[in-house]
Ligand binder design. Structure first.
Ligand code: BEZ
Length: 212
């Protein structure tokens, strides 16, 4: 059965470009992103890994550790990293798992046999510090993912895990957020001193609580 939101992310040990990694030890108390790539030396994957490397400071700022998966062997990964760095003007500074026996791919349901028997699809999991799955994304091999969107979701997840709010459609950091329906408007006014804007009794906005 596929992994669903709130499930515990299965732990594993794997060979990677940075040596053997135990997922839980690698993540420690950080957030994590585990994402699969259909194959080495393919153009869309090359741009995805390059984009992730270029955004790595943004992931670090949010205390997120990145871990990529491809079912190709380590020597191929090392050669491919040179190409990624050269063509995408980046420095791939996160590990890539060499998942030749497809152990990680199977554990996380990254192979969708009706799409391809051999390649993984573009799966992405955000894992919280509690090791629970917070986000799953599945894209076909032909469509590269939007890593700014991944950062945006992480901003929302981190905000909403600490405050009784949720984020509306297309929300970007800095914009107003929605107050949880479990909080009465009277209480919300005390809890959110920056203000409560009531559009409907079930739809109340407040400025993002974490802004100065
Ligand atoms: C790519 O990364 O370009 C790719 C990989 C597998 C199938 C199709 C495209």
């Amino acid at each position: 059965m596929s992994l669903r939101l709130g499930d515990t992310a299965p732990n594993f040990k794997a060979k990677t470009t940075a040596g053997e990694i135990d997922l839980y030890e690698y993540l420690g108390n950080s957030w994590g992103i585990l994402f699969s790539h259909p194959a080495d030396y393919t153009p869309v994957c090359t741009t995805e890994l390059g984009k992730t490397a270029l955004l790595n400071d943004e992931f670090r700022k949010r205390n997120v550790k990145v871990l990529a998966v491809s079912v190709d062997p380590l020597d191929k990964h090392h050669g491919w990293i040179n190409d990624i760095n050269e063509t995408q003007n980046c420095n791939v500074n996160f590990p890539i798992i060499a998942d030749e026996d497809k152990h990680v791919a199977s554990l996380y349901g990254m192979i969708h046999p009706n799409a391809s028997e051999t390649f993984t699809v573009r799966s992405l999991f955000v894992i919280g510090p509690d090791k629970k799955i917070k986000l799953t994304l599945t894209y076909p091999a032909s469509t590269g993912r939007n890593f700014h969107e991944v950062l945006r979701v992480i901003d929302s997840l981190q905000l909403t895990s600490n405050h009784s709010v949720s984020t509306p459609a297309d929300w970007k950091p800095g914009e107003d957020v929605i107050i949880a329906n479990t909080i009465k408007t009277e209480d919300a006014k005390k809890r959110f001193p920056k203000g409560v804007r009531e559009v409907k009794p079930y739809m109340r906005y407040t400025p993002q609580p974490t802004l100065d």
